[in-house]
Design a protein around this ligand. Structure first.
Ligand code: SF4
Length: 479
C-alpha cells in the first residue's frame, strides 16, 4: 500500500472503530469521510446504556493495571501523545496504558501495550497490543482491530507482532494469533478504504448485519426506499445483494421480471427463496400483497393475541388481547420486581382458564419457549396452561406462508407499519424495552413503567391489527 504520508485530520483518518465497521460495511466509511452531512438517527436508550456500561467496564479494567505507565493519549494532542508513547517504549515500561500509535492514514489509541521478551528495534524486548471488549466472545471485527494495532507497531518494532490479547467482559484474557487469512482480510479492507479516500470507489449501500446498530441508517434507508432497492427484499443477504448489484440488478423493478431460476443462478439461494425474491419484488412494484395460498382465518371467537417481554432470562410482562363478539379487551401482567414472575404467570393462566378451544396467536415461537420454561418453574392452573400451550399459533408463520408482503421482512415491526399501524413510543423495539425495564428497576419512575406496558400492549395490538387487515385482503386473487 502506498498511502500518503503526513499528519491528517481525525475526520479523514482511519481509526480502529472505523476500520472494524468498514470491514462489514464500506459504505459507512464512505458516508463518514465524504458526506459529513449524511442523515443520522439518535442513539437509542438501549445503545446509550450499553455505551455507558462499556465505558465503565473499560475504566474498571484499566484501573486494575495500576502498575502500568499511563499516557492518557488524546487525538487532540497527537504529537505529544505519540512522543510520550515512544519514550515509554524506549524506557522499557512493562505495560503502557492508552498510548498513541500512527502510521500514514491510520491512528489508534490501544488500551494497553504489554512488554514481551522478544528482540526488536527497541532492544531485547518488544510489545504486543491488548484490547478490552465488553462482550463474551471474539468476532472477526475484534481480531481485525487487534491486527490494526500490530500494523501500527510494525515501524517501531521493525517487525509486525504475530499475536495480541483480548480482555472480555468475564475479565478473562484470551490470546489472539494473527493468521494469513486475517492479514489478507486486513489489507483487502485497507485497500478498499484507500480507494474511497482517493475518490476511486463509491460503495453501494447494502443492508447487512450492522445496519440495525448503525446511526447512519436514515440516510441509507431513504436511498433504498427512493430507489426501491433489492436490499428491501425479505431474506436478501448482503452477500446475495452484492452478487446481483455486480450485474447491475439493483432495484425491485430489475428483479421483478426475472425468472426464479435466473435469480438462483446468481445468488445461490434455493429455488423457493429465489421465487420469494421475485414475488417480493413484484409486490413492491405494485405496492400490494400477493396471496401465495388461500388463507383460512380463524372464525371462532374469542381469539387471543399474546406477547411477552423478558429481562435476564425472566418474563417481566405478559400482554393479552381478547377479541370476541363484544369487541376487544386488553390485559397486562407486569412484574414491578423480577421476583413477581411467578405471581404474574399464575394470574395469566387463571385468566386463560375459560375458552378451551380459543386460538392464542403469538408472533414467532419465542413465547412458546418461555411458556414451557415458566410451567416447569412454577406450574399453576392446569386448565389455563393446557389452553395456552395447546392453542398457541405462530401468526408470523401464518402470514409468511400465505402472503408475500411489500415489507422489509416479516418481523412485527416490519409488517404492522405496512397496514398503517404505529407504536406510541419513540424508538419502540425489544432492546429499548429491556433498557426501559432496567431503568424502571433502578429508578422506579412510573412514566417508564407506563411506557413499557404501552409498548408491550402495542405489540399485541399490532398483531390484532394485522389479522383484521389481512382478512380484508382475501378478495385478492391467488397467484
Ligand atoms: S445503514 Fe447499513 S448500509 Fe448504511 S452505512 Fe450503516 S451499516 Fe452501512
Amino acid at each position: 500500500l502506498n498511502l500518503r504520508k503526513g499528519s491528517i485530520e481525525l475526520e479523514t483518518a482511519i481509526t480502529p472503530a472505523k476500520f472494524s465497521k468498514a470491514s462489514i460495511c464500506l459504505h459507512s466509511f464512505f458516508l463518514e469521510t465524504k458526506l459529513s452531512s449524511s442523515r443520522r438517527r439518535e442513539e437509542t436508550d438501549a445503545e446509550s446504556l450499553v455505551r455507558k456500561d462499556y465505558a465503565l467496564f473499560q475504566q474498571d479494567t484499566l484501573n486494575a493495571f495500576d502498575a502500568a505507565y499511563p499516557i492518557d493519549a488524546s487525538y487532540k494532542e497527537e504529537e505529544k501523545s505519540i512522543k510520550r508513547t515512544h519514550d515509554a517504549m524506549l524506557a522499557s515500561e512493562n505495560q503502557i496504558l492508552q498510548g498513541m500509535l500512527t502510521r500514514d492514514f491510520l491512528k489508534a489509541i490501544p488500551p494497553l501495550l504489554q512488554k514481551i521478551k522478544l528482540p526488536s528495534l527497541l532492544g531485547a524486548y518488544s510489545y504486543i497490543p491488548v484490547e478490552i471488549k465488553y462482550k463474551s466472545s471474539i468476532h472477526l471485527g475484534d481480531r481485525l482491530q487487534l491486527f490494526f494495532y500490530a500494523y501500527l507497531l510494525e515501524p517501531i518494532l521493525g517487525y509486525r507482532p504475530k499475536q495480541g490479547k483480548m480482555i472480555l467482559s468475564s475479565g478473562e484474557e484470551t490470546e489472539v494469533f494473527f493468521d494469513a487469512k486475517l492479514e489478507h482480510r486486513f489489507f483487502d479492507v485497507l485497500l478498499q478504504m484507500k480507494k474511497v479516500i482517493e475518490d476511486n470507489l463509491t460503495p453501494e449501500p447494502v443492508m447487512c448485519s450492522a445496519c440495525s446498530r448503525c446511526l447512519l441508517f436514515p440516510h441509507c434507508s431513504s436511498y433504498w426506499d427512493e430507489s426501491q432497492h433489492i436490499s428491501l427484499l425479505s431474506g436478501m443477504s448482503a452477500h446475495m445483494a452484492k452478487k446481483l448489484i455486480d450485474l447491475e440488478i439493483k432495484s425491485c423493478s430489475d428483479l421483478a421480471s426475472m425468472k426464479p431460476e435466473e435469480v438462483q443462478g446468481i445468488t445461490g439461494a434455493s429455488l423457493d427463496h429465489s421465487l420469494r425474491f421475485v414475488l417480493g419484488a413484484q409486490a413492491r412494484n405494485q405496492n400490494q400483497p400477493i396471496v401465495l395460498k388461500k388463507p383460512e382465518f380463524e372464525k371462532n371467537f374469542p381469539i387471543y393475541f399474546y406477547d411477552i417481554e423478558t429481562y435476564d432470562e425472566r418474563v417481566f410482562c405478559h400482554g393479552l388481547i381478547k377479541w370476541d363478539e363484544k369487541g376487544v379487551s386488553e390485559k397486562y401482567f407486569f412484574c414491578s420486581q423480577l421476583d413477581e414472575e411467578e405471581e404474574k404467570w399464575h394470574a395469566l393462566l387463571e385468566c386463560l382458564e375459560e375458552d378451551e378451544n380459543a386460538v392464542v396467536y403469538c408472533w414467532t415461537l419465542y413465547e412458546k419457549t418461555y411458556i414451557e420454561l415458566l410451567w416447569k418453574k412454577y406450574r399453576g392452573s392446569e386448565k389455563g396452561y393446557r389452553n395456552l400451550s395447546r392453542n398457541l399459533k405462530d401468526q408470523c408463520a401464518f402470514v409468511k406462508n400465505h402472503f408475500v408482503l411489500p415489507c422489509r421482512g416479516y418481523s412485527i415491526k416490519a409488517v404492522a407499519p405496512y397496514f398503517n399501524f404505529a407504536w406510541q413510543s419513540k424508538n419502540a423495539n425489544g432492546m429499548n424495552c429491556i433498557a426501559w425495564y432496567r431503568m424502571w428497576l433502578e429508578e422506579g419512575d412510573l412514566e417508564i413503567k407506563d411506557k413499557i406496558i404501552e409498548y408491550n400492549l402495542d405489540d399485541v395490538r399490532a398483531m390484532l391489527h394485522i389479522d383484521q387487515n389481512l382478512r380484508k385482503l382475501t378478495p385478492l386473487k391467488e397467484r
